[in-house]
Ligand binder design. Structure first.
Ligand SMILES: Nc1nc2c(ncn2[C@@H]2O[C@H](COP(=O)(O)OP(=O)(O)OP(=O)(O)O)[C@@H](O)[C@H]2O)c(=O)[nH]1
Ligand SMILES: [Mg+2]
Length: 195
């Protein structure tokens, strides 16, 4: 799948602003700074469609990007940014929860974790939350460029052992920095639309 014309649609802060059409929504979930916005840019081959930052907490609203009228990428704010005030963190948490509870068109959740680190407590809470929604989900072990290529499979396997020992979800490595493993990830996303 090549996305020819990715377009920003809307930044939403409340459900009435979510797009009301029936396009499937592929949503990026993960802690702040894990690389959700970069993931979108990498898959559509644009530098700045989704805004990114080396400072965590860049995405504060729910951004919808229309992919050739086939589906939306939905870029959620990240959770667990410790420098955010408690009130602000709670607001982000409730945005995420409200979106996951009210959007009727979620086709796939792409859950991003950092390949280098054990999942955080917040990651585990989010994983459990996603699991309970029964929505389709794949897990992306991001920033794979940060470890030796020979270790990538082992790290992914370990993360799966911790979060998903039954192995009923797909875990895939990824790197926006090096643009590696993009084909495989894209194939897996497309597979969900075939079902
Ligand atoms: N080395 C490396 N850095 C990455 C990768 N993906 C993203 N980054 C960097 O990580 C930082 C955060 O990336 P973002 O895409 O803004 O992260 P985000 O998850 O959208 O963050 P929030 O909007 O705060 O939730 C930026 O400095 C990116 O360049 C990757 O695969 N490898
Ligand atoms: Mg972001």
């Amino acid at each position: 799948m090549i996305i020819k014309n990715p377009e920003f649609k809307i930044s939403a802060v409340s459900p009435k602003q979510y797009p009301q059409d029936d396009l499937p929504q592929v949503v990026l979930v993960g802690k702040s700074n894990v690389g959700k916005s970069s993931f979108i840019n990498t898959l559509v081959n644009r530098k700045n469609l989704a805004r990114t930052s080396s400072e965590p907490g860049k995405t504060r609203q729910i951004n919808f990007y229309n992919m050739d009228n086939k589906f939306y990428f939905v870029d959620l704010p990240g959770y667990g940014y410790s420098k955010m005030s408690k009130a602000e963190q709670e607001k982000v948490g409730s945005f995420i929860e409200q979106y996951l509870q009210t959007s009727k068109n979620i086709a796939l959740i792409i859950f991003l974790i950092d390949i280098r680190h054990k999942p955080t407590e917040n990651d585990k809470l989010m994983y459990d939350y996603i699991f309970k929604t029964n929505l389709p989900c794949i897990v992306i072990a991001n920033k794979a460029d940060k470890i030796a290529i020979t270790k990538v499979d082992e790290y992914v396997e370990n993360l799966q052992k911790i979060l998903n020992p039954l192995k009923d979800l797909k875990f895939l490595p990824f790197s926006s920095e090096k643009k590696i493993y993009t084909e495989k990830v894209l194939e897996n996303i497309v597979d969900f639309f075939k079902k």
